[in-house]
Write a protein that binds this ligand. Structure first.
Ligand code: GCU
Length: 601
């Protein structure tokens, strides 16, 4: 009987595992109560707070926040006396003992709430790496997998008047079937790494909206307003005051109002990153956004921004915090990294290898930087595992959902350096189809690899080439094989009538280490490699841009050379202390030249 009861209880709790709701669009424009700040934390390497000693999921785990009722009671945890940890923020850089830690950490936060009639409440997380169980007042409200996309739960009927507490079990263990899988060249920062907000909305509210130029048009603004309920005849409105648009609409039976309005907005571009104030209304529910309008397309071997050929003067960026290290989560640190990209003369950034925080994407758009945004389908993913595909597809959907109104994003990328196989081709072709079905206004790419070199001709031939708009590939001639000298004679065979883009090249240098240009790890070696590599690609027809690897040195568990790497990947053109290396100026001069060329045409 007891066994049956336990099984029943497990089924009920599984049913109550609500999957996260659809992501609330433009959460920072909504009525929110921040739950950021100090949370109590309990490190739990053996998941002792989650399983009993027979490894059954315990009904009495740490999420119950039990208290000893008498002095003889046995309770072997106490959040009230547990150490504090800052949210948002990875745990690795907040406590030296957690620098390499991979496992579970429990987080707890008390907060007060006063339910208001006619309103709903949602618990929103900007990102949690990598997996989490979320509990409210001792009851599990859901789980989430994937370390770089937002999620939220409707907690309207679960909050109490007055004091409440939220507990998370966060686990950052790498899994072979995960996305990413167990090997990646970046630090596995664990924790609640982005904002936590309690979001309040009216009972019927604007759940989602889209405002954009339709593909190929310059004189129409189209999109939709979607309510959270399937209610017809509800009046909503779209306002763009500068374009003298104030359009009232009625929702259909799905609670959706679609619009297509005549307008000729000033186009967004890196030189003139024009953003319009857009107000979406549904009664007292008002959402303000800043939205730009532009066209991006390819024509033969050219990339056209607003109909004009453009060269993507890019740089790759990880979410590694300058100076302090750790996962970036703030607007300030995002803007600092992007300001270095601007100083390089960039008009483009590759936000590698996962969706960056929303502030980074919005700041790039405001600063006039086009964006490549990607999901961490990286290296040796388990291509034949349906759960792995579902995970990748969900992360892709959530990345596109969050940033659908960000005109700065011009490329969605579905993979990085993935080994060829039929299973990989099917996996990526399905992801590519998902992108095409959801968004025909942006370009699709993925970072491929060189597929062979005969004599001094290197070739990129990838089955996935027919799915992408731009043939992007990473190549490290002169670092992983060959010498910087070899770039002077290397030819390229890229047999496609599409633009090609070098999504990565580069080499390591310890900032301040000097020697002759043949000495590995000197700034001079990296400088020579940049000079020769840029000259090499600049000779090839169809070279449409590059995002060299990488803006700043970043933490990686795969970089152990002590005294040089010390668990940093040293390919930055800037050190983690913000000090520029000689290669920075090579790239800056090259982009200055490319920009002057573009201005002449
Ligand atoms: C690869 C990979 C990067 C990695 C880089 C390197 O191309 O895409 O994530 O950091 O090479 O080896 O430094």
């Amino acid at each position: 009987m007891r066994k049956l009861m336990l099984v029943l209880l497990a089924c009920i709790s599984a049913l109550s595992l609500v999957k996260a709701d659809t992501i609330l669009n433009n959460v920072y424009a909504r009525h929110t109560q921040s739950l950021n700040g100090s949370w109590n934390s309990i490190v739990d390497p053996f998941d002792n707070g989650y399983y009993d000693y027979r490894l059954n999921v315990s009904n009495n785990g740490f999420f119950k926040n039990q208290k000893a009722k008498s002095k003889s009671d046995l309770v072997e945890y106490n959040f009230d006396t547990a150490p504090l940890i800052k949210v948002p923020g990875d745990w690795n850089t907040q406590d030296d003992k957690l620098f390499f830690y991979e496992g579970s950490v429990w987080y707890k936060k008390d907060f007060n709430y006063t339910p208001k009639p006619g309103t709903k409440a949602f618990l929103y997380f900007g990102a949690v790496n990598y997996f989490c169980n979320v509990y409210l007042n001792g009851e599990q409200i859901g789980t989430h997998e994937g370390g770089f996309t937002p999620f939220n739960f409707d907690v309207t009927n679960k909050l109490k008047e007055g004091s409440n507490f939220v507990i998370l079990r966060v686990n950052n263990e790498r899994k072979p079937e995960g996305v990413p899988t167990v090997n990646s060249d970046w630090w596995n920062y664990g924790g609640i790494t982005r904002d936590v907000l309690l979001v309040e909305t009216p009972d019927v509210f604007v759940d989602d909206y889209l405002v954009q130029l339709p593909k190929g048009s310059y004189d129409k603004v189209e999109g939709y307003v979607q309510l959270n309920e399937k209610k017809a005849g509800v009046e909503v409105s779209v306002e763009i005051p500068e374009l003298k648009i104030q359009k009232k609409l009625l929702t259909d039976a799905e609670g959706k109002a679609v619009f297509a309005l005549k307008a000729k907005p000033k186009l967004w571009s890196p030189e003139s990153p024009k953003l319009y104030d857009v107000i979406i209304r549904n009664g007292e529910d008002v959402l303000n956004d800043k939205i730009g309008f532009r066209q991006i397309e390819t024509q033969g071997k050219n990339i056209l921004l607003n109909g004009k050929k453009t060269f993507l003067r890019g740089i790759s960026i990880h979410e590694e915090a300058p100076y302090r290290q750790g996962r970036v989560f703030s607007k300030e640190e995002s803007m600092l990294l992007l300001s270095w990209a601007k100083e390089l003369g960039c008009n483009f950034v590759r936000l590698a290898h996962y969706p960056h925080n929303e502030f980074m994407v919005r700041a790039a758009e405001e600063m006039g930087l086009m964006v490549w945004s990607e999901i961490p389908v990286y290296w040796t993913i388990h291509w034949s595992n349906p759960d792995t595909y579902k995970n990748a597809s969900t992360q892709l959907n959530d990345m596109m959902e969050r940033d659908k109104n960000r005109c700065g994003i011009i490329i969605w990328s579905v993979a990085n350096e993935t080994p060829h196989s039929d299973a990989r081709d099917k996996f990526l072709a399905d992801l590519a189809a998902q992108v095409r079905a959801k968004d025909n206004t942006r370009l699709l790419s993925m970072a491929m690899e060189v597929t062979g070199t005969k004599g001094n001709v290197s070739q990129v031939k990838d089955y996935m080439s027919k799915y992408v708009d731009i043939i992007s590939f990473n190549n490290y001639l002169g670092w992983y094989g060959g010498t910087p000298e070899d770039c002077k004679t290397r030819q390229w065979d890229i047999p496609y009538d599409k633009p090609f883009f070098i999504s990565e090249f580069g080499g390591g240098a310890l900032q301040g280490k000097h020697g002759d240009k043949t000495e590995r790890w000197t700034e001079e070696y990296q400088e020579e490699l940049y000079k020769n590599t840029l000259d090499m690609y600049n000779r090839v027809d169809g070279f449409a841009g590059t995002s060299p690897w990488i803006l700043m040195d970043f933490r990686s568990s795969r970089r152990q050379l002590n005294g040089i790497q010390d668990f940093f990947n040293r390919k930055g053109v800037i050190s983690e202390r913000g000090l520029k290396k000689k290669a920075f100026y090579v790239l800056q001069n090259f982009y200055k030249m490319k920009k002057e060329q573009e201005l002449k045409h």
